[in-house]
Design a protein around this ligand. Structure first.
Ligand SMILES: *Cc1c(COP(=O)(O)O)cnc(C)c1O
Length: 416
């Protein structure tokens, strides 16, 4: 099942929101379905995907990696070559274009690590829309490079000081804003979750990845055994998998963040984790990591984009039905995968995407050489220097940071 049935994917999904949000959600649903049937809108979307995002993104044969692992041929969908460095721009551009069509001039978004905030801020700059990004105060403090990018693109970053001052509080604040300003404002949600119609809408805007891959497979006559993607909220994976969901093959493999261990608070494994439960949060029913009172549990991952307690409702359903297989990679395996693909293929994976890379490293040797597996590299790793450098070259990185601070404090050679 690709599309939801009135917002539901079997028992998951829905629109569990306060009364004030029902009308904006219903209006959005109608506008979205109309837009997807309007040839003019679809042409505009296609043009901006080509000229601004840089689509289509390449499908790379990882020749050396394949040889070293000695099994299935490994291919990498280089989604990280999309403008702004990851797949998130596909959704941001799609929703901003839709907002414009609805006559809304103001965009709001939530962001955790800041990747979705950056993509939305960039899309708003391109399309001439006013942009406010809600971000927990704790995240604002620890994700300064992304905050700086958002501001460069002209967005206002609103630091949220309620609750734990992280992603879930930013979502609450964004929903409150939307409820207060539904006529002027569109809320660009960042992953394939939240109340309907967001899971359907985000999947459709991300499915450009899967549709390109389908053509690339046909053009090269590949015999594909499996598609592998990392799963945070689930937008890159569901977009990559979309055209294949209703077919019996290839295998679809979702890789969650295994963090540092099995214990509660040590990972973000929503589909098979110890504290994994059905629940309702942020307007939708799905699988979450919750305590006995139904409160969100802390999660942990080296990759900020996978560090979230919930998973999109369609993925949860497809996992339950067995169409998508779920597994996880530990932080350490993801770091190894970053090194492996950098050194052997000249491709720097984002920490998130490296979870999918780690699974490919395990799977390829178990499959015959005439089969192919495709990894979705959801983003590139340039953004992760603050994570990878302290691990790979701690001493040098510390020296560099000290020297930078000294340079800034002692001689202000660079001005605005
Ligand atoms: C945000 C992010 C993810 C996780 O989000 P999904 O909605 O699960 O795709 C994965 N990779 C990168 C590079 C990201 O920025």
């Amino acid at each position: 099942m690709i599309h939801s049935d009135k917002g539901f994917f079997d028992t998951f999904g829905g629109k569990y929101v306060a009364e004030v949000l029902r009308r904006p959600l219903d209006e959005l649903e109608t506008a979205f379905h109309e837009a997807m049937k309007d040839p003019e809108f679809l042409q505009e979307l296609k043009t901006i995907q080509r000229d601004y995002i840089g689509r289509e993104t390449p499908l790379l044969f990882a020749q050396t990696a394949t040889k070293l692992l000695g099994g299935a041929q490994i291919y990498i969908k280089l989604e990280g070559l999309a403008n702004t460095g990851a797949h998130k721009i596909n959704n941001a551009i799609g929703q901003c274009l839709l907002a414009k069509r609805m006559g809304k001039k103001r965009i709001i978004a939530e962001t955790g690590a800041g990747q979705h905030g950056v993509a939305t801020a960039a899309a708003c700059a391109k399309l001439g829309l006013d942009c406010t990004v809600y971000m927990g105060e704790v995240d604002v403090r620890r994700q300064q490079p992304n905050v700086a990018s958002m501001e460069l693109y002209g967005a206002k970053v609103h630091a949220v000081t309620s609750g734990s001052r992280t992603l879930k509080d930013a979502v609450n604040e964004a929903m409150r804003d939307w409820a207060a300003n539904p006529d002027t404002t569109h809320y660009v949600l960042g992953s394939a979750l939240g109340p309907a119609p967001f899971p359907d809408m985000v999947r459709e805007f991300q499915s450009v990845i899967g549709r390109e891959v389908e053509e690339q497979i046909a053009a090269r006559k590949l015999d594909v055994a499996a598609l592998i993607a990392c799963v945070g909220g689930g937008s890159n994976s569901i977009g990559f998998f979309a055209p294949f969901i209703d077919k019996p093959s290839p295998r679809l493999i979702g890789v969650e963040a295994g963090g540092i261990g099995d214990g509660i608070g040590q990972n973000a494994v929503r589909m098979s984790g110890k504290a994994s439960r059905d629940g309702i949060m942020h307007g939708y029913k799905s699988r979450f990591l919750l305590d006995e009172d139904g409160q969100a549990l802390p999660t942990r991952s080296i990759s900020a984009g996978l560090d979230y307690c919930g998973i999109g409702p369609q993925l949860a359903t497809l996992g339950k039905q067995g169409r998508i297989e779920f597994t996880y990679a530990r932080d350490e395996e993801a770091l190894k995968a970053v090194k492996f693909f950098a050194r052997n293929e000249g491709v720097l994976f984002a920490m998130e995407s490296a979870h999918a890379g780690a699974e490919a490293i395990k799977l390829a040797p178990t499959l015959p050489k005439d089969k192919a597996i495709i990894i979705n590299m959801s983003g590139r790793g340039d953004k992760d220097v603050f994570i990878t450098c302290p691990v790979f070259r701690r001493e040098e990185w510390l020296n560099f940071l000290h020297a930078e601070i000294e340079r800034l404090e002692n001689n202000r050679e660079i001005h605005d």
